[in-house]
Design a protein around this ligand. Structure first.
Ligand code: SAM
Length: 226
């Protein structure tokens, strides 16, 4: 696979100019030269092979030669809602969920959550989605939603019918097929009241074995189950 670069604008065969962080990456880090072939994507589901035509300090000009639509997305919706872990562990979580083809990530505010991401943190996580998509070949970006209160989120009418809340006392998730949402609690776990809210809204309570997993391990294991 050619080196991939993200463009935050519509793409089509013809000329395009890259600027900002991606131009820096292509020009200074990859030392692009006219004639080099790269791959551009913008999250619309396609990818666009392109030939470098000129390299300046802060801009790279390219000629898009085609539009290709390889299938790299799951054929169903896979949503993960989790209380974000601290610091770099949140970036790690987002990177892995992107690689695993998660459709949407919803950060949760629960009784025992300690991380309540604001706009700048969410923007940083969106950047992590782009970096992971460049590396893994996804042409659709995993959506990162704004912070949601657990009680509101758990009762949303728009959630898939397959809804699972991870809790150490839960049973086996069994085989999971079709649109699905998994919820993971904070380091201190979901409270009994939060579990009761889930049960009243038809969430199945599932366990992941006898060991206590970190938030990111539980979320990644659940994404891999789907
Ligand atoms: N002592 C906490 C509890 O009892 O829930 C542990 C919390 S754990 C560090 C963080 C979250 O990961 C939990 O709220 C749960 O969603 C998920 N999790 C961790 N280990 C799990 C397991 N063995 N089975 C199911 N979920 C687990």
């Amino acid at each position: 696979m050619s080196e991939r670069f993200y463009v935050n604008s519509p793409l089509a065969p013809g000329s395009v100019v890259l600027s900002g962080a991606e131009a820096y990456h292509l020009a200074a880090v990859c030392r692009a030269r006219p004639g080099d072939v790269v791959c551009l994507f913008n999250g619309d589901g396609a990818e666009y092979p392109a030939v470098v035509s000129a390299v300046a300090k802060k801009q790279v000009s390219l000629e898009v030669t085609a539009k290709q639509s390889p299938i790299r997305e799951r054929p169903f919706r896979l949503e993960i809602a989790a209380s974000l872990p601290k610091g770099d562990r949140a970036d790690f979580l987002i990177e892995k969920l992107t690689e695993l083809g998660v459709t949407r990530f919803v950060p949760l505010r629960t009784e025992r959550s300690v991380v309540h991401p604001r706009t700048t943190k969410l923007e940083r996580l969106e950047r992590a989605v782009i970096e992971a998509s460049k590396q893994c070949g996804r042409n659709v970006l995993m959506q990162i939603e704004a912070l949601s209160e657990w009680a509101d989120y758990a009762q949303l009418a728009t959630l898939p019918a397959n809804r699972f809340l991870a809790h150490p006392a839960g049973g086996s998730p069994g085989k999971v097929t079709g649109d699905v949402v998994f919820a993971v609690g904070p380091e201190g776990g979901f409270t009994d009241e939060e579990v009761a809210i889930a049960q009243a809204a038809s969430w199945k309570i599932v366990g992941l074995g006898p060991r206590t997993l970190r938030v990111e391990t539980a979320a990644i294991a659940l994404a891999a189950l789907a």
